[in-house]
Design a protein around this ligand. Sequence first.
Ligand SMILES: Cc1ncc(COP(=O)(O)O)c(C=O)c1O
Length: 318
Amino acid sequence: MRWPGLWGPKGRIWFFVDNATTGVNAVLGSLELQPGDEILITNLAYGAVRNAAAFAAGRRGARLVTLELPFPGAEPADYLNRLAKALTPRTRLAILDHITSETALVLPLAEMAACCRAAGVPVLADGAHAPGAIDLNIPSLGVDYYTGNLHKWALAPKGCGFLWAAPERQQGLHPPVISWGLGQGFVQEFDWVGTKDPTPFLAAPAALELMQAWGLDAMQAYNHHLAWQAAVWLTARWGLEPPAPRAMLGCMATLPLPASLGSTREDAVRLQYALLYEHRIEAPILCLGGRLWVRISAQVYNALEDVEALAQAIESFG
Ligand SMILES: Cc1ncc(COP(=O)(O)O)c(C=O)c1O
């Protein structure tokens, strides 16, 4: 599988895992934590990843420390300042999203990783949403571990993630399921984790080749442009503001909804189902900070007409 940076001078430095959750668990389960150590995670992290980190910390008497990153009002420089202040001599790992899940922000990952490196803290990057969505060259980010999904924006079938580890981090890294490869090296250990269906992994190269044939850069540029156009247009239509600068968005955007649509989790669930069943539009509706938000995703088969259809459907409820 050809993807910039997945191959080192001595061969493969990544392997398939079923999904990003598995990649995160592999790294967390391999950490040698002591009581009083800290794992840093942000308030924007994916819930399952937070659970895995809380579990790994809790079983060793370590602490999970949450770095609060404002949303809306996201600003890269502010995020960096907050990160620098949250790192302590006890921080053993910082878990940083490349693209956040609910809030759909592209974090300044390379700068954040540099900040962690300066403090001697390894970084596990959660790139579940990144491959195929944004330009991705993993070694250039300066992170220690990177896990991503190919079944989101890279068009592979479900159950197709990967975990990459910097050469100096490969020793001592184990899959959550120990099997025949134990002690035979990093790649062997992860390549065979018991009998499973490898179909999604076998299909991944074809998915990547398809995107390359279509023009990956052009796809990403189109999707980003459409997501930003939609963010500006929808928020202006509702008298609101985009929650982050353009540089912090990829192919998705999480946008505030008019207050008349409700403010509770129940309102969010109701609206999401109504959009799906009454208008055949699938978009997550979130309840964040006492208001409702919609997360839009732009793919090459979408156009501004879809954004207009979403706006009209949403407005029909309030
Ligand atoms: C940021 C982030 N991390 C992790 C995950 C988990 O991905 P998976 O369920 O494929 O393991 C997701 C899923 O949406 C995500 O958005």
